[in-house]
Design a protein around this ligand. Structure first.
Ligand SMILES: Cc1cc2nc3c(=O)[nH]c(=O)nc-3n(C[C@H](O)[C@H](O)[C@H](O)COP(=O)(O)O)c2cc1C
Length: 219
């Protein structure tokens, strides 16, 4: 599929075939997608819980109790459900950990470049922490960028997906002890394969977007 075909093919899948499973080879690519997303100053302020087993999905589905019941089957019938978690804060231990990873990966030709990276990253983090006072929001934005990358990436593998904010994130945080670990759940993306009965398949319910002339200004 070329890009246009992938964009037309993907949609928010509302009905997953519970009998179709994602292959191990595709899971390796899915993990690459999660890992390789860009983020501001390469902050990578995220963690992902990939629930593949029935028990794992049941744990994620604790976020679909009550009002969020409409999303339960999208978790339980999917082949996997990925919980996207954002860091809730930054501290110097994390900044050092990140810097050492970059050093190990060969990003710094000399100590000055390393120090410069540390300073620049802290400069941006402090703008968000102190000037704009939106540090957590900024961290979450990086996770949303990963989600966007992820949705297109899995579609390119022929895997259906639905992103879900309609979940009790507090229940998911509690189930996985996320807050104690410095994280909070942002969105769950279920993955798998559409059923023929899915009303939201674009062949039955066309996708709707504003025309390009209205949303894009070419100068
Ligand atoms: C951040 C986000 C949260 C969403 N939450 C839900 C949800 O809880 N349940 C659901 O069925 N669809 C959810 N959607 C799907 C959107 O309704 C869908 O992406 C939008 O209508 C565009 O349609 P398309 O994805 O089929 O192109 C969500 C989408 C995004 C990007």
């Amino acid at each position: 599929m070329n890009l246009k075909q992938i964009l037309d093919w993907r949609y928010s899948t509302k009905s997953f075939d519970p009998n179709k499973k994602i292959s191990d080879a595709d899971f390796e690519q899915i993990k690459n997608l999660l890992q390789m997303s860009p983020s501001s100053t390469n902050l990578q302020p995220w963690h992902f819980i990939v629930a593949q087993t029935h028990e794992g999905k049941q744990r994620v589905a604790k976020g679909t109790a009550g009002f969020f019941h409409f999303n339960e089957a999208k978790v339980m019938n999917a082949s996997a459900a990925v919980v996207f978690c954002a860091k809730t804060d930054l501290n110097d231990d994390y900044m050092q950990l990140l810097l050492e990873q970059e050093a190990k990966d060969g990003r710094f030709p000399n100590p000055d470049v390393k120090k410069g990276m540390y300073n620049t990253r802290n400069l941006f983090a402090n703008i968000h922490k102190y000037d704009l006072k939106d540090l957590q929001h900024w961290l979450e934005k990086q996770v949303y960028l990963n989600i966007g990358n992820f949705l297109l990436g899995v579609a390119s593998l022929g895997i259906d997906a639905v992103p879900m904010e309609g979940l009790d994130m507090k229940a998911i945080d509690e189930e996985f002890g996320l807050r104690e670990k410095g994280f909070t759940a942002i969105t769950v993306v279920s993955l798998g394969y559409r059923t023929e009965a899915d009303f939201n398949d674009p062949n039955k319910t066309p996708k709707s977007r504003f025309p390009q002339e209205e949303i894009i200004t070419v100068i």
